[in-house]
Write a protein that binds this ligand. Structure first.
Ligand SMILES: [Zn+2]
Length: 116
């Protein structure tokens, strides 16, 4: 994931990379799905867009609150798909309630689709 301050953010991932899926399953002990991966990366983007990365570290490991939050959101996708929940990052346990987790806020009323 990368981006410039105020300039949005972007993620690059090759969904056809079979060896990455196999590596993930070996390390984390749960299957990787496209939706769970998208949810994980979207949490990173959401954190960035909300200015919620002050506690993020450069280490990208189980101690990084940014990764802990991404795993928590990833698990919401896993629940939808009926997949086992991910409890680790890099094979190490992550907390289920990471610090500074922001739930997405409801859309303002004027943005909601009106039912007729
Ligand atoms: Zn991540």
């Amino acid at each position: 994931m990368e981006g410039l301050p105020g300039g949005g953010s972007k993620s690059i991932y090759n969904f056809g990379n079979k060896s990455e899926k196999e590596r993930f399953e070996d390390v984390e002990g749960v299957p990787l799905s496209d939706l769970s991966l998208v949810a994980h990366e979207m949490e990173h983007q959401y954190d960035k867009e909300k200015g919620n990365q002050s506690d993020a570290t450069d280490s990208n490991n189980a101690d990084d609150p940014s990764e802990q939050r991404a795993v928590k959101t990833e698990n919401e996708a896993r629940k939808l798909e009926g997949l086992p929940l991910r409890t680790t990052y890099g094979g190490r346990k992550v907390p289920t309630n990471p610090q500074n987790y922001i739930m997405p806020t409801p859309q303002p009323k004027e943005n909601k689709i009106k039912k007729k």
